[in-house]
Design a protein around this ligand. Structure first.
Ligand code: BGC
Length: 438
């Protein structure tokens, strides 16, 4: 009898300890301000067994690929509202895309005397498209076409389809643009564009872009005055394969370290999507939900270590449950400031106290381990922040082709306190949420 009593007592102690460690309790949130240490007297929720939160109630952040319909772009609000601790972290795709277009237009304006390599009166560009069903890619294609006046609208939105080859300007997804620079009118033509997808189905594929530029060059040669790309991975592949040697300005997106460094060798420019802020937000929202503090802690409101972001670098759209980092153009004028792409952002780089913010386990996947931006910039940043935020993150790298390659490695969600998901296809949120519901 005594023995049984002792066992029950021991069990109760274990349970109450576990409940203290688990602070995912909305009552703990602190609307106006500073983060608070979890309240020790809290009771576990009904759906927690043995102090454990049900998988379906654990904090979940979607990042980089916003749950949305890949044809219409409509946000998948079911995914974004999966539970009260679900958010998306990305960046402002439209603002960044417009900056990219403007950066190319500014370059043309500043170099108008030498830009038209063969002097045929047509400024020709080629465009590498990442993924025709990805909203970032769509926005960037539109941003370039809008700035260069080659855009064609369909029902109020700019067409983003690839044109294939458009030697004579007859493609229907674009038109020949007119730019007036220094009082003179110039024609701009999208000579070619293509989705860079490899034969296995991986999109944003740098190797495909590197091969495609050779095909385009054999068709157009010195008609190509500018190379534009939806990202730096593809942009650098084209730069290294051809445009560097031929001194043709090439523009990408992401501010990957190799691309920023290449600006010294003639790479035209890139856009920083503030991956340092995004990677922080990706883990920070999980940390806050796990601590049971207001979600704004360490974001718009300083945390107990003084970490805080200013609204110059991010915005939060409540109706979309989404945090968006803001972008900045990186060109010959300022690239020196962007050389270290994997350095944590200064204002949010202070270590959290391990007693108030105890270690938690996070499962996180990168949809394609071969994606230049995600593996060379985003993941190293996450790895810096996970230490600062006391999160033990298991990183899973996908093949960029099938969701199953990733979900197969989420066999035991019960082992983790929170999840960070980067889908292969933006329509596929249910492949993950069904595992958490099951
Ligand atoms: C990045 C690309 C990357 C893609 C992956 C985009 O936001 O700019 O470089 O390939 O995300 O989802």
């Amino acid at each position: 009898m005594k023995k049984a009593l002792a066992m029950i007592l021991a069990l109760m102690m274990v349970l109450s300890l576990a409940a203290c460690g688990n602070s995912d309790n909305p009552q703990n949130s602190n609307a106006g301000g500073e983060s608070k240490a979890p309240v020790e007297t809290q009771k576990p929720d009904d759906n927690q067994s043995g102090g454990e939160v049900a998988n379906k109630d654990k904090p979940l952040v979607w990042f980089n690929r916003q749950p949305s319909n890949s044809s219409t772009g409509e946000l998948d609000m079911d995914a974004m509202n999966f539970n009260k601790d679900t958010y998306y972290v990305g960046f402002d795709a439209v603002q960044g895309a417009e900056l990219q277009g403007q950066m190319i237009l500014d370059y043309i304006t500043a170099h108008i005397d030498e830009i038209d390599r063969n002097g045929d009166g047509v400024i020709g560009y080629v465009l590498a498209i990442g993924d025709i069903g990805h909203n970032d890619s769509i926005a960037r294609t539109r941003g370039v076409r809008k700035a260069l006046d080659t855009a064609v609208e369909d029902g109020g939105t700019i067409k983003s389809d690839p044109v294939g080859i458009n030697a004579d300007g007859s493609a229907t997804a674009v038109k020949d643009g007119k730019l007036t620079i220094g009082g003179k009118e110039y024609t701009v033509r999208e000579l070619a564009s293509q989705e860079m997808k490899n034969s296995a189905g991986a999109t944003w594929d740098a190797a495909t872009a590197g091969n495609t530029i050779s095909t385009w060059v054999s068709t157009f040669n010195d008609q190509i005055d500018i190379v534009a790309s939806n990202n730096d991975g593809m942009g650098m592949a084209m730069f290294n394969a051809w445009s560097k040697e031929n001194k043709v300005p090439t523009f990408g997106y992401d501010a990957n370290a190799d691309a920023v460094a290449a600006i010294a060798d003639g790479y035209g420019g890139t856009i920083s999507q503030h991956a340092d802020v995004q990677a922080y937000l990706t883990l920070r929202v999980l940390r806050n939900a796990l601590d049971g503090v207001d979600i704004d802690t360490g974001i718009g409101t300083p945390d107990d270590a003084g970490n805080v972001l200013s609204d110059e670098v991010y915005k939060y759209v409540d109706a979309e449950r989404s945090y968006y980092a803001l972008n900045a153009a990186v060109t010959a004028e300022n690239y020196q400031d962007f050389m270290d792409a994997t350095k944590p952002y200064g204002p949010v780089s202070t270590q959290l106290d391990a007693t108030a913010h105890p270690t938690k386990n996070v499962w996180l996947n990168i949809y394609n381990a071969a994606d230049n931006f995600l593996s060379a910039t985003y993941q190293p940043l996450l790895q810096n922040y996970d230490d600062l935020l006391n999160l033990k993150v298991e990183y899973i790298g996908g093949d960029g082709q099938t969701e199953a390659n990733i979900t197969n490695r989420l066999g035991n969600p019960g082992q983790y306190d929170a999840f960070a998901i980067n889908m292969v296809k933006t329509d596929n949120s249910a492949s993950y949420t069904s595992l958490l519901e099951g």
